[in-house]
Design a protein. Sequence first.
Length: 482
Amino acid sequence: MDGTRRKWYALALLCTVQFMVVLDIAVVNVALPSIQIDLGFSQENLQWVISAYALLFGGFLLLGGRAADLLGRRRVFLVGIVVFTAASLLSGLAWSEGSLIGSRALQGLGAAIISPAALSILTTTFPEGSERNTALGAWGAVGAFGAVAGVLLGGVLTDLLSWQWIFFVNAPVGVGAFLLAPVLLGESRDAQARSFDLPGAALVTGGLVVLVYGITQANKYGWGSAETIALFAAALALLAGFVGWEARTPDPIMPLSIFRLRTLVGANIAGLILGTVLFSMFLMLTLYMQQVLGYSPLRTGVAYLAVAGTAIVWSALAAQLVTRLGVKRVLVVGMVFLAAGLAYFTQVSVDGSYTGDLLIGFLVIAVGMGFSFVPISIAALAGVKPAEAGLASGLINTSQQVGGALGIAALSAVATSTTTSDLAAGSDRAAALTDGFQAAFIGGAGVALVGILVALFVVRHSDLDSVGVAPAVEAEAALEPA
């Protein structure tokens, strides 16, 4: 197999595995009622089926990305596949609350190892420019499609088979990827690293885990409660300690010089906003369709076809436009469409219909997803040294996951608060729920408006042109075969 063909096959493998990882963020949502009945989950603990995954995924992404740079990207990728596949099987075989929550946490750890390793392999395989933009366009399309396909597939599998199959379907993908990776993927690592920064790894992982935990538990404890404030303070202290340590250690796990790339900083802020908006939006729409419109899990999943199908087309177009017009212009368009889609959903009604209340918004959101995921993925890696590809990949994934946890927690609080007030005032349940969802969509649209400002004023206009491509000599020095 010639080198050109091999790297495009490698891209297909990496995108397939990333699709599996992204899928498992959303696939559980539609199946939660069935899981609750079968395993006897309490209402209080049910959220941990989602939160346990998010906790370890968001907390270990930076560590996973840097470990890929230092220990070998293909090697770490394979370890992640083994962990994720085994955890998926355990999740499908779960027999109790505790067993499912534990296996979902292990799944999140596997995802935190896989995702940044896969993206860094992609970055070091394709040179910066139009070829990498095409590859990252495919990667962005997987992110956009996977986020929606998770809800679709979750509904289909839960209705036609059982909720266990939302986890079992990962097994053949994981086994196939493990067998193909040594054939299609080359090994590379940071040849200049002298040691592994254990204190830095402990501080950043601990800080992110505590931060995500605090966000996911804020609604339970109350956002202004002593417990929530203490968790956020502890996370801030750990992360501040991490920054202080990284500034003076000779071989840091995260060289702070990476933040001199303004486009990278802008991409990570935009990624945080994108995660905040999309994670919460899909949760609210799923609940609206099931709790207000009375959709079954299968019908809820099929309803998302309008987003899933068109998001792929817009992602492919966005990859081509980024090369011609630059990241900034495409990202601004994406954020505008996201804000418009969320604004459209603020009019959902108690007696709503798919065509009147949802379809137009789905089509608008699909444009926003394609035109946001792709430029953010490209900008987050533009100008990054090959030796730091895993770190940059971990950063953008962390931004999106922390944003997702924050969005679900904050906008769920807005929806719940509004619904509770309406019920206390005498509204019927359907009307109170609808008012809550409308309030959450208003909040999401406001966050998306901030994303427009970030795209306009933080991301550079000449982003891909202003960031030089690493010379071949530097790339070869940084990538030592393992």
